[in-house]
Design a protein around this ligand. Structure first.
Ligand code: HEC
Ligand code: HEC
Length: 192
């Protein structure tokens, strides 16, 4: 070993150490996701959706949409940039196993009744499997009210791109005050 031997070895070890701290395990990356979305499937952060109980297929489709910048939403476009299809599938499978969120308390009976009429008229429960979601259709039961209202407004305004244009059509017949009541209702209902 020459005079440079030790410094070069030290440099190589330092680089290997730096590399290890960048290459995170799947569990470390998942815990980053859940720091925002809630460890137990229930989000505590305004406008960040709860993910517990979401069907794996819906989650996979949305992660794909974020990665391809088809659904635009900071920070999700950054979080999914560069992930492989297999990574997206792993996140989707892990998320689908989180326990579903609990309905919010303090429902306003008048708003619940108005929303219930809209739900019947627009077949929300039919498509959304009594709000539990299934396959490519999301769970809505006990989702955060602020996120639900944001999502509905974005569909209505045409700013949230869908995999297939379903919700934009449903929203066409609804007014903003209807969306406010629907978000309130969904945040306060449970589902299996
Ligand atoms: C800094 C906070 C933050 C982090 C970290 C984060 N997310 Fe998100 N995520 C959000 C926000 C905010 C939205 C809602 C975007 C919108 O309004 O459309 C979202 C939306 C989603 C959705 C769509 C949910 C739905 O109901 O349509 C999924 C799925 C998701 N995130 C999964 C993940 C995964 C997997 C990770 C880790 C790789 C992750 N998130 C990391 C904040 C975060
Ligand atoms: C024909 C079937 C169908 C009907 C009817 C329907 N939905 Fe949807 N809904 C979907 C699908 C599919 C998606 C996912 C679209 C996407 O890719 O963004 C969705 C998404 C949503 C989302 C976004 C959830 C999330 O986690 O981001 C909300 C909120 C929602 N629907 C509420 C409603 C309400 C309220 C009604 C009734 C007024 C309704 N839906 C009627 C099929 C339907």
């Amino acid at each position: 070993m020459g005079r440079l031997g030790i410094p070069i070895l030290a440099l190589a070890l330092a680089l290997a150490g730096a590399g290890a701290s960048f290459a995170q395990t799947f569990e470390e990356r998942l815990s980053q996701c859940l720091a925002c979305h809630g460890e137990r499937g229930q989000s505590e952060i305004p406008e960040v959706p709860s993910l517990g109980g979401q069907p794996a297929m819906y989650v996979l489709i949305e992660l794909f949409m974020f990665r391809q910048n088809l659904r635009t939403a900071p920070p999700m476009n950054d979080m999914t940039a560069g992930l492989s299809d297999a990574d997206l599938q792993k996140f989707a499978d892990a998320i689908a196993k989180l326990p579903p969120p609990q309905p919010a308390e303090g429902a306003d009976p008048a708003r619940m009744a108005r929303a219930q009429a809209l739900v019947q008229q627009h077949r929300c429960a039919f498509c959304h499997n009594n709000f539990a979601g299934a396959d490519n259709v999301p769970r809505l039961a006990a989702q955060r009210e602020d996120y639900l209202l944001k999502a509905l407004r974005e569909y209505k305004a045409g700013t949230r791109r869908e995999y297939q244009p379903v919700m934009a059509e449903v929203m066409a017949a609804l007014k903003d005050e209807d969306l406010v009541d629907l978000a309130h209702f969904l945040a306060h209902v449970g589902a299996p």
